[in-house]
Each structure stands twice: as structure tokens, then as C-alpha cells.
Design a protein around this ligand. Structure first.
Ligand code: MN3
Length: 335
């Protein structure tokens, strides 16, 4: 009965809070991006490629608990997700941003916020050097992917690139932050008009980038709570530990002790690594180190119990303790 109620509750929750993603309409007609991008490319790119990411994302999420998570949560934990979710959340997010920052020359906002101009000047010297850095990142990205201008957790601008449909919000990206500009360098973005000449496409795309919109996005990103979420999330050692903990503890709760009995050594190794790692600056405080030391000690105890072939109920009790200790660390990191 209890199980039935909880199943009902979960499905009700999924129904109430899950969301369907939709293809955003383009702000301008397909032909208005010419001559920099031809109408047919825009139409196929938007109505076929982007639509496919949206359709496949909804399909991958349908009826799962993941459907209740926000787009940012899905992106941040990309390393935990299936390829379908990683590729299609990225595909949907990246293209939605791309359409927003493009505008025909005569429709572009003339107002570029001063704070953005100053940041560009301070970090890149001039807009021209920033454009060069972006062109460099876009042209050297091997195969399919994106070039980005992001705001990093320390509130700096940074030019970077990612492969496939990954993006800098994802934990799989080497440079992380909030994108304020993305350039699609998949061949589907330019092949009809430019064939293999990516460099020509890139010089065309700069005619369409609306820097007024980019500067608005910069101002919003600076105060977005997602920045500190990314900073906390950047602590890969903690994230690695969490992954092994989830893969061993949750089966125990369901009565399957095989993962824990075969991976207790790995769990301890990850606990030692996280305890020795350097937390992000704002999390580097004595209480966090103390909680991590407790967690390491608890994992060592569990390892020894597994070695001695302890009973399932003993392991479950000790794993529950380890799980609570892990959440103490998480909570301390939230301040
Ligand atoms: Mn594309």
C-alpha cells in the first residue's frame, strides 16, 4: 500500500510539474538573415534540426522523474545523464540562445550597455580583439560544436568552445559559466551556402550578432544565482564521490547490496580524494573540511565492514550515515 501511494505520488508529481519543451519562434523571417545566412539554411536549421532536439528531449524525459527538473539542473549534471538527454538539452538550449542573439543588421539594438563595453576593453583591449578570439575558437573547434562567450563564476568574460551540443553550463565542459553568446559551427549551420568554408560563414555571422542583446545577457548573467551554483558544482572531486555514492547507496535502499560489496574500495578512494582536494574558494572553510574528514572516516568503516562480509542491515545503517554526512557537506556548501 505504502509503495502504491508513493508511486501515485511520484506520477502525480511528474504530471503536475513536468514540462514540455517547445520550439521557440524565430524573431524574424527566414529570409531576413540574408545575405549572411540564406533562407533555406535558416529554415532547415530552425524547423528541422532544432525541432528534432526539442522532440527528442521531450521523448527522453517523458514519464521520468527528470521531467520535473529545470533546464539548468539537467544541463549542470550532464555527466550523470544519458546521451539522449545530454545531446538534446544542449541542442535545445544552444539553439534557443543562438536565435536570440542574431538579428538582421537594420533590426539590431544600437544600445550596447556600457558595463559590457568596459569589460571587453579591460579583458580583450577592444571589440575587434574579442571578435578575433571568438573566430579563433570557432575555427579551431574540431568537428561539430560551438564557440562561446561566457561569464565565469568569478564574473569575468571568457571565450571558449565545446564539442557536439555540449555547453559551458554542463559539468563536462572544461571552462564553465553562463553563455552570453554562442556560435554554431556545425556544418548544418552553413553548408548549403558556404560548403566547407567555415571561415567565410564566421565572417558572415558577425554581421548578424546583436551586441546590444549580448550586453543585456551579460548584465543578467552577472547577477544570476546559477553562477554560484556552477562554482560549487565545479568541485569535480565532490561530484565524482557523489556519483559512486549514488550508485552504491540507492541500490542498498532497494535491497541490492552487490554494487556496494563490489565498489566499497572505490567509494573509499573517492572519499579520500575529495577530502584531499581543494574546494572552490567560497567553500574553502574549516566546517567543510571537518565534514569531509568525517565522511572519509565513515567510508573507511564501510570498507572494513564489507571486507569482513558484514550483514546487509549493518551495511545499510552505515551507508545511511555516510549519505547523511555527504548531505552535511552539500548543505555547508550552500551558504
Ligand atoms: Mn545547429
Amino acid at each position: 500500500m505504502k509503495a502504491l501511494i508513493s508511486i501515485l505520488f511520484i506520477s502525480l508529481n511528474t504530471l503536475l510539474f513536468s514540462q514540455e519543451y517547445n520550439l521557440p519562434a524565430l524573431p524574424y523571417s527566414y529570409a531576413s538573415y540574408e545575405p549572411s545566412i540564406d533562407a533555406q539554411t535558416m529554415e532547415i536549421h530552425h524547423s528541422k534540426h532544432h525541432q528534432a532536439y526539442v522532440t527528442n528531449l521531450n521523448k527522453a524525459l517523458a514519464g521520468t522523474k527528470l521531467a520535473t527538473l529545470s533546464m539548468n539542473q539537467l544541463l549542470m549534471d550532464a555527466s550523470f545523464r544519458s546521451d539522449a538527454i545530454r545531446n538534446n538539452t544542449g541542442g535545445h538550449y544552444n539553439h534557443s540562445l543562438f536565435w536570440e542573439i542574431l538579428a538582421p543588421k537594420d533590426k539590431q539594438t544600437s544600445l550596447v550597455q556600457e558595463a559590457f563595453n568596459e569589460a571587453v576593453k579591460a579583458q580583450y583591449g577592444s571589440m575587434d580583439s574579442l571578435k578575433k578570439a571568438l573566430t579563433q575558437a570557432a575555427s579551431t573547434r574540431f568537428g561539430s560544436g560551438w564557440a562561446w562567450l561566457i561569464v565565469t563564476p568569478d564574473k569575468k568574460l571568457m571565450v571558449t568552445s565545446t564539442g557536439n551540443q555540449d555547453n559551458p553550463i554542463m559539468d563536462v565542459a572544461k571552462d564553465r559559466g553562463i553563455p552570453v553568446l554562442g556560435i554554431d559551427v556545425w556544418e548544418h549551420a552553413y553548408y548549403l551556402q558556404y560548403q566547407n568554408k567555415r571561415a567565410d560563414y564566421l565572417s558572415g555571422i558577425f554581421n548578424l550578432i546583436d551586441w546590444g542583446i549580448v550586453s543585456d545577457k551579460y548584465a543578467k548573467a552577472l547577477v544570476d544565482p546559477l553562477l554560484s551554483e556552477i562554482e560549487k558544482d565545479n568541485w569535480m572531486a565532490l561530484k565524482d564521490f557523489h556519483k559512486v555514492m549514488a550508485q552504491t547507496f540507492h541500490p542498498c535502499e532497494d535491497g541490492n547490496f552487490v554494487p556496494l560489496r563490489t565498489r566499497a574500495g572505490e567509494l573509499l578512494a573517492k572519499a579520500i580524494l575529495v577530502s584531499a582536494s581543494k574546494p572552490p574558494v567560497s567553500k574553502d572553510k574549516p566546517a567543510v573540511h571537518k565534514a569531509l574528514a568525517n565522511l572519509e572516516e565513515q567510508c573507511e568503516k564501510i570498507y572494513e565492514l564489507v571486507e569482513k562480509n558484514a550483514k546487509d542491515e549493518v551495511l545499510l545503517k552505515e551507508m545511511t550515515k555516510a549519505h547523511d554526512l555527504f548531505h552535511q557537506v552539500e548543505e555547508l556548501c550552500h551558504d
